[in-house]
Design a protein around this ligand. Structure first.
Ligand code: SF4
Length: 403
C-alpha cells in the first residue's frame, strides 16, 4: 500500500481490502467489549448510545445509558418526556443540547415517521442532533446500510493505516479518509465493520502509546512502518482557552438552601444552580451580592469562600468561587421569582443540577456524612467544605463540557 499525499485520491487494491476486512472482523469477534447497546440492533438503543458517545468515553456512558433507557424505555416514552425528567437523566453527562435534540427528534419520528427511523441518509440528517457520523453509524448498525462512520477513533486508525499527513479536520484529508472508509467497508454487515473499526481505535490504536503489537492491521500499517504512529493524525491549531471568573453563593436559611433554575436561552437552560454568575470585576464578593439582589431581590451577607471549583466548558477555563451566605433582615415573605426554590440538601437529587452545583452539593453532603453538619436541622449551621479546598470537575472526557 503506497502512502497518499494530501492531494492524491486513495486507492486500495481489492485483495488488500479483503485481507484488512477479514483480519479486523476476526479480531472484533474475539475482542469486542460487551456493551449494553450492542445487545440488540434496534435503532432506538443504537441511536441513544451514539448520541451519548459523542464527545464522551464508553466507560462514562454505560451507567448513563442504563439509567436513561430505564427512564425512557421506548421512543414514545422519550417523545413524551418532561423536560426536568429528561435533564435529570442526563445530568452529569454534559452537552445538554444532545438530550433536548434527542427528544425533539423522537417527537418528529413519532409524528412524521410512524415511530420508525428514516432509512434514507438525507432524511436522517434532517433530524435534530444527527450529523453525518451519527446518521451513518445508526443506518449501518441498525439497518445494514453501507455507510462509513468516521468518528475520532476511526479517523485516527485510518490516518495511521494510510500514513495520511495533514489535518483530518480539513477538507482534502477529510475527503480522502471518507473515500478510504468507503472502500474498506464490506457489503455484508457493514455495521459490524464500522463498530470493529471504532473498537480498534478505542482499545488498541490509542492516541498515545498505540498497542501495535496487538493490532490486526500491524503488518499493513504505513505509519508503523515509518515510525510515525505516535505523530498521526496531525493536529490543526486549537482554539485558545478563555479564562472565566465566576462566583456562586450557598444561601442558607433555616437549614435549607436556595437554588434556581437557569432560564431563557442561556447555556444550561432549565438546569438548577446556586445563585451567582460570571464577573469581570476584581471585587467578586461585592459583585455577587449585587447580582443576587438584582436577580432575586434578596439581600445577603457573604461569609468566607467555601471552596473553589475549576472546570472547563468548551474553550472556557472556569474558576468558580463558592461563598457561604445568609439572608439579611428584613426577610422577604416569599421568593419573588418562581424559578427559585428553598430545598433541603436531601432533596437536591430531585433536581437536574449543573455539574458545578452537583459538586457543591456533593461537598456539602460529604461534610454532613462526616458528622460536622446536620441536614434538615432547622437553623443549625451546616458543616461546609474547608475554605482552601479546590475541586476539579471531571466529566465526560475529563472535562465538563456543556452546550
Ligand atoms: S499498527 Fe499501530 S498505529 Fe497502525 S493501526 Fe494498528 S495500532 Fe494503529
Amino acid at each position: 500500500m503506497s502512502k497518499p499525499a494530501a492531494t492524491e485520491a486513495v486507492y486500495l487494491p481489492p485483495a488488500e481490502i479483503r485481507r484488512l476486512q477479514t483480519r479486523l472482523l476476526a479480531w472484533y469477534r474475539q475482542n469486542h467489549r460487551q456493551l449494553p447497546w450492542r445487545e440488540s440492533r434496534d435503532f432506538y438503543p443504537v441511536w441513544v448510545s451514539e448520541v451519548m458517545l459523542q464527545q464522551t468515553q464508553v466507560q462514562t456512558v454505560v451507567p448513563y445509558f442504563l439509567r436513561f433507557m430505564k427512564a425512557f424505555p421506548t421512543l414514545e416514552d422519550l417523545a413524551g418526556a418532561d423536560t426536568q425528567d429528561l435533564l435529570r437523566s442526563w445530568a452529569g453527562l454534559g452537552y445538554y443540547s444532545r438530550a433536548r435534540n434527542l427528544r425533539k427528534a423522537a417527537r418528529m419520528l413519532v409524528k412524521e415517521h410512524g415511530g420508525e427511523f428514516p432509512r434514507s441518509y438525507r432524511e436522517a440528517l434532517r433530524l435534530p442532533g444527527i450529523g453525518r457520523y451519527t446518521a451513518a453509524a445508526i443506518l449501518s448498525i441498525a439497518f445494514d446500510q453501507p455507510l462509513p462512520a468516521l468518528d475520532g477513533n476511526v479517523v485516527r486508525v485510518l490516518s495511521r493505516l494510510l500514513c495520511m499527513r495533514g489535518d483530518p479536520a480539513k477538507s482534502p484529508v477529510q475527503g480522502m479518509l471518507a473515500a478510504a472508509g468507503q472502500q474498506l467497508l464490506p457489503v455484508h454487515r457493514p455495521g459490524d465493520f464500522n463498530q470493529a473499526l471504532m473498537e480498534l481505535g478505542a482499545t488498541v490504536c490509542l492516541p498515545r502509546n498505540p498497542r501495535c503489537l496487538l493490532c490486526p492491521w500491524s503488518s499493513h500499517c504505513e505509519a508503523l512502518k515509518s515510525g510515525l504512529q505516535e505523530r498521526l493524525p496531525e493536529k490543526g491549531k486549537r482554539s485558545e482557552m478563555i479564562s472565566s471568573r465566576q462566583a456562586a453563593a450557598v444561601i442558607r436559611h433555616r437549614g435549607r438552601f436556595l437554588i434556581r433554575r437557569r432560564s431563557g436561552s442561556r447555556l444550561l437552560q432549565d438546569l438548577w444552580e446556586f445563585p451567582g454568575g460570571e464577573f469581570s470585576r476584581s471585587d467578586l464578593a461585592d459583585s455577587l451580592v449585587k447580582r443576587i439582589q438584582g436577580d432575586l431581590d434578596l439581600s445577603v451577607r457573604l461569609g468566607s469562600p467555601l471552596t473553589t471549583i475549576k472546570h472547563a466548558v468548551t474553550n472556557r477555563r472556569i474558576t468558580l468561587t463558592v461563598y457561604e451566605a445568609s439572608l439579611k433582615p428584613p426577610l422577604p415573605p416569599t421568593l419573588s421569582i418562581p424559578e427559585a426554590r428553598w430545598i433541603w440538601l436531601s432533596q437536591a437529587g430531585r433536581y437536574p443540577l449543573t455539574a458545578a452545583a452537583s459538586r457543591i452539593v456533593q461537598a456539602l453532603m460529604a461534610e454532613y456524612s462526616r458528622g460536622r453538619g446536620r441536614a434538615n436541622s432547622g437553623g443549625t449551621r451546616p458543616g461546609l467544605p474547608a475554605p482552601s479546598k479546590t475541586l476539579t470537575i471531571a466529566g465526560a472526557g475529563g472535562k465538563t463540557r456543556v452546550h
